[in-house]
Design a protein around this ligand. Structure first.
Ligand code: HEC
Length: 151
């Protein structure tokens, strides 16, 4: 390949990358993004829930791993709730867009409770871990009760 073609290819790649960085996300992309992160929250919460309910044996090390991942993911979800996605099809109730402050406050709360959960799993007794896990899933549930379409 000669230099001219390489240069054009390079410019093309650069243009497509910068265009992606600068453009606002498309409504459908925002919906897929937030559903993906929320699904990942559920993916990590479910096995912890199974341990808490004694459906599978409690494994402190695995619980710690899942709680750490949950704490990493929790701050990522709110980013997908952009107002321009309000018309896209999703399970988000329209009330979200009228109460964004309250809604985002709940995600801030989730960030805090899940990071406390991850911290407690480092040395905490099972009882303390379970208590904090319940506090965490209550934040999920309260928000779903208010802002998620019931299926
Ligand atoms: C601040 C509000 C809020 C919090 C906190 C919250 N969720 Fe949700 N969740 C939503 C909304 C709104 C939807 C619907 C998203 C959509 O379809 O646009 C949703 C959808 C989901 C879905 C379905 C995703 C899909 O693929 O359609 C799962 C799973 C989920 N949440 C799990 C959780 C878990 C687990 C937690 C707590 C660790 C949590 N959520 C915390 C608001 C919240």
């Amino acid at each position: 390949m000669n230099n001219g073609i390489l240069r054009i290819l390079f410019l093309f790649v650069l243009m497509s990358v910068t265009q992606y960085v600068h453009s606002d996300p498309k409504p459908d992309d925002a919906v897929h993004y937030r559903q993906g992160i929320l699904m990942a929250l559920g993916w990590n919460v479910s096995p912890m829930g199974a341990m808490v309910k004694d459906k599978v044996p409690y494994d402190a090390e695995r619980f710690r791993f899942l709680a750490k991942r949950l704490a990493l993911l929790a701050p990522m979800a709110s980013e997908g709730f952009i107002e321009s996605s309000s018309s896209a099809e999703s399970d988000t109730r329209p009330e979200v867009w009228e109460n964004l402050e309250d809604f985002n406050q709940r995600f801030a709360e989730l960030e805090k409770v899940s990071s406390d959960l991850a911290a407690i799993t480092i040395n905490g007794e099972r009882e303390a871990v379970v208590k904090q896990f319940i506090a965490t899933v209550n934040v999920c549930k309260d928000c779903h009760d208010n802002y998620r379409v019931k299926r």
